[in-house]
Ligand binder design. Structure first.
Ligand code: DC
Length: 233
């Protein structure tokens, strides 16, 4: 049976990865979190002093990328039954979700050579189909011919509250206002950058999950994917 390529794009912290994982699980497809790749590069920038609090040292970052010093991969953790992000062989899954990385990731994701580098890897990972990839530019740039494109959004304050609850549960000491600010800033930077900004692809289906449960959003998306599969038969 033909396998689909499914793109899930949308705003920060609106549940893209939850939705993408649910779809992938239902169809037994691969799931790829492209945000984790931008986050891993951001962690590299922070850990290697390529950011002085104001400016990213782009020359050094370009050099290190070209020299093959930044290797990102995903490895399945059978205990947690999920795949985790590795940076140069080290598990960075937890570190890349913290507020320090979240604060710097959008400026890093603006840099054209960073995007070029990661988009090439993403296309390679998805060349066989049978995958759900989430991000900001998957339907518009990485896989413009994806079989199904979903654009997910939700009210910014609702997104911030969900993120706040998630971080609190993990024991992080954060303030709700700080998160609202971070989310609004990321929305702005992601949507207004020159290279592959976050925009809804013309042929994407919009899902606003402000008032939906995760199960409801998953049901909607799975139904859409099943329709696409039937069209392909
Ligand atoms: O999905 P996320 O919040 O983990 O993504 C982190 C950041 O990475 C986000 O602010 C924008 C950027 N990003 C991007 O520019 N393009 C992608 N395909 C995925 C993420």
């Amino acid at each position: 049976m033909k396998k689909l390529t499914i793109a899930v794009d949308g705003h920060s912290s609106c549940g893209k990865s939850t939705l993408a994982k649910d779809i992938a699980k239902h169809f037994n497809y691969k799931y790829i979190d492209t945000g984790a790749m931008y986050r891993a590069i951001t962690l590299y920038v922070l850990e290697n002093n390529l950011y002085d609090g104001k400016k990213i040292n782009e020359n050094a970052l370009r050099y290190d990328l070209n020299a093959g010093k930044i290797n990102i991969d995903f490895r399945y953790n059978p205990k947690l039954k999920k795949s985790e992000t590795y940076l140069n062989g080290k598990n960075v899954e937890k570190k890349i979700r913290g507020i320090e990385v979240s604060d710097l990731v959008s400026p890093v994701a603006v840099i054209p050579f960073v995007r070029e580098y990661l988009v090439a890897q993403q296309r390679d990972m998805g060349k066989e189909g049978g995958l759900v990839m989430d991000g900001r530019d998957i339907g518009t740039n990485v896989f413009p011919n994806a079989d199904l494109k979903i654009f997910l959004t939700a009210d910014a304050e609702v997104r911030a509250k969900r993120r706040y609850d998630e971080l609190k549960a993990k024991g992080e000491n954060v303030s709700l206002n700080e998160i609202i600010k971070n989310i609004k800033e990321r929305d702005y930077i992601d949507s207004n950058r020159k290279t592959n900004p976050l925009i809804q692809a013309e042929d994407a289906v919009l899902i606003d999950n402000t008032n939906l449960t995760m199960q409801e959003q998953a049901n909607i998306a799975i139904k859409l994917a099943e329709e696409k599969l039937n069209e392909k038969k």
